[in-house]
Design a protein around this ligand. Sequence first.
Ligand code: GTB
Length: 214
Amino acid sequence: MTIVITAFERSPDGGKGLARDTRVRGALEEVGQPYEVRLVSFRAMKEAAHLALHPFGQIPTYEEGDLALFETGAIVFHVAQHHAGLLPEDAHARARAITWMFAALSTVEPPILEFANARLLEGDKPWAGERLPLVADRVRNRLVQLAARLGDADWLDGAFSAGDLMMVSVLLRLRPSGILDEFPRLAAYVARGEARPAYQRAFAAQLAINSVRP
Ligand code: GTB
């Protein structure tokens, strides 16, 4: 059955991996599943046809036969559950890898998004100068904890898993700020994630779509 995902017709970052379809593309590449991409404009994302797939009018979505999913956590989990390569066979190791997916989305991503929004959307507010350092420190607190747990391991819990895929994707959002470079172990962890052939293919496919338009 053909898998179809949605992505930005024109990604704000020019297709440099920051939009969330990258993590879905990465998961599909990791497990060797071909997929098609339907591009949507910002206007089309808020229209009825897309809202039927995604109640919040966002990308990415995932369609496979009569199954339609939204939320990258659910999509990557679905892909990882149905195809070998992103979750360990051992039940406990599998549960821990899933825990890291949740940790990425529920514990690490929220302060990073708050920080990104503070920089990009609130930078011109009169209170931005006072708020931004507070928000940045909340991110740093999480990164200190994450770096301590990672230690000098390559991945969070044994072999690369959907937990790492999600965590790398979440951390990537920090790169433009420079904060990631304050944590060399995490910067190296993200670089390892980016160096994976599956990630490279996902990135190239997203960039190609955005490069063909002026
Ligand atoms: N929790 C959802 C998930 O994980 O699937 C979040 C989905 C989401 O935020 N989608 C964004 C979206 O559709 C695109 S990825 N936004 C449009 C809208 O809400 O109207 C967020 C994103 C977009 C672009 C950049 N960038 O260019 O730097 C970074 C992140």
